[in-house]
Design a protein around this ligand. Structure first.
Ligand SMILES: NC(=O)c1ccc[n+]([C@@H]2O[C@H](COP(=O)([O-])OP(=O)(O)OC[C@H]3O[C@@H](n4cnc5c(N)ncnc54)[C@H](OP(=O)(O)O)[C@@H]3O)[C@@H](O)[C@H]2O)c1
Length: 271
């Protein structure tokens, strides 16, 4: 049986829609007929994207400017959506970033904000919007994790890898909780992807030295992510190379992996 990707009359809320993978996901959802609610901190970027999509695809776009590092943000977003009389049929938890350097050398406030954005806000938005989707018998929840969530963590990866492993486990559990209800839940796991991510991390120069075959583009990541959630895959890893790496990790004994990671720890960039 073929599954309809049709989004006409439906609306997707996308966090981190001002750049990179989130902006591209907005374009892909719009192409399939979804109207949108775009969420991020940079209003001008959201406005430019909303203008582009309204002009090119006749998409009805709402903007909510929010800092997901603020513990009040998920509830405020939900209340704002409700007060505007909007319905969220698809939720994309995409906003994210990494913190450079070793855990021990960073400020706790920065680490706590990362947990808020990439763990707590993701779980809370699923908790707020999921039940409404179930009540209507249709929902799509796409949580952007990372291949880093599948690999053993290395020094400096710290809460980034841990948060992505959390997103994978949360998504798997919700996937099974919502089976048969019309609500699909998927964790998307890209590898290194060209976006603003590594500029924000401040390691662009180092990253540019990585071989080309390791890089994905945002369009491919977004298209595969959209298809994965429409087809209700619990977890989708972008790219053959990353599926191969994950498979290798799965079949390699832990002591060998730890030895390998110990040798290069601290040098492995975050994805
Ligand atoms: N690029 C990669 O190599 C890669 C690989 C695997 C997974 N990922 C994951 O993919 C997702 C998207 O990353 P990307 O590569 O597209 O990075 P990006 O180009 O830097 O985009 C990140 C987005 O997150 C938003 N954001 C960051 N902090 C926020 C906050 N406190 N509140 C609200 N929005 C916030 C940013 O918007 P504002 O700055 O306007 O708020 C921006 O729209 C992330 O979850 C990332 O971990 C990326």
């Amino acid at each position: 049986m073929s599954i309809s990707y049709e989004g006409k009359g439906k609306r997707a809320l996308i966090t981190g829609a001002s750049a990179g993978i989130g902006a591209e996901l907005a374009r892909v959802f719009a192409e399939h007929g979804f109207d949108l609610i775009l969420v991020a901190r940079r209003r001008e970027k959201l406005e430019a994207l909303a203008e582009e999509l309204a002009r090119d695809m006749k998409t009805d776009c709402h903007i909510i400017v929010a800092d997901l590092g603020d513990p009040a943000a998920p509830r405020a977003i939900f209340d704002e959506v409700t007060s505007r009389g909007l319905r969220v049929d698809a939720l994309v938890n995409n906003a994210g970033y990494g913190i450079p350097g070793f855990f021990r050398d960073t400020k706790w406030e920065d680490q706590a904000a990362l947990i808020q954005v990439m763990v707590t806000a993701v779980a809370e938005l699923c908790h707020l919007f999921g039940p409404c989707m179930k009540a209507r018998g249709y929902g799509r929840i796409l949580n952007i994790a990372s291949v880093a969530g599948h690999l053993p963590a290395s020094a400096g990866g710290t809460l980034y890898s841990a948060s992505k492993a959390f997103v994978i486990k949360l998504s798997e559990a919700l996937h099974f909780e919502y089976l048969g209800t019309g609500v699909h839940v998927t964790a998307l796991c890209p590898g290194f992807t060209w976006s603003e991510f590594h500029d924000v991390m401040g390691n662009r120069e180092e990253m540019n030295r990585l071989p080309k075959f390791l890089w994905l583009d945002t369009n491919r990541v977004a298209r595969e992510g959209f298809r994965a959630v429409m087809e209700n895959d619990p977890v989708y890893i972008n790219g053959f190379v990353y599926r191969l790496i994950t498979w290798f990790v799965d079949i390699t004994p832990d002591h060998l992996l730890y030895w390998l990671i110990g040798r290069q720890s601290g040098q492995k960039p975050t994805a």
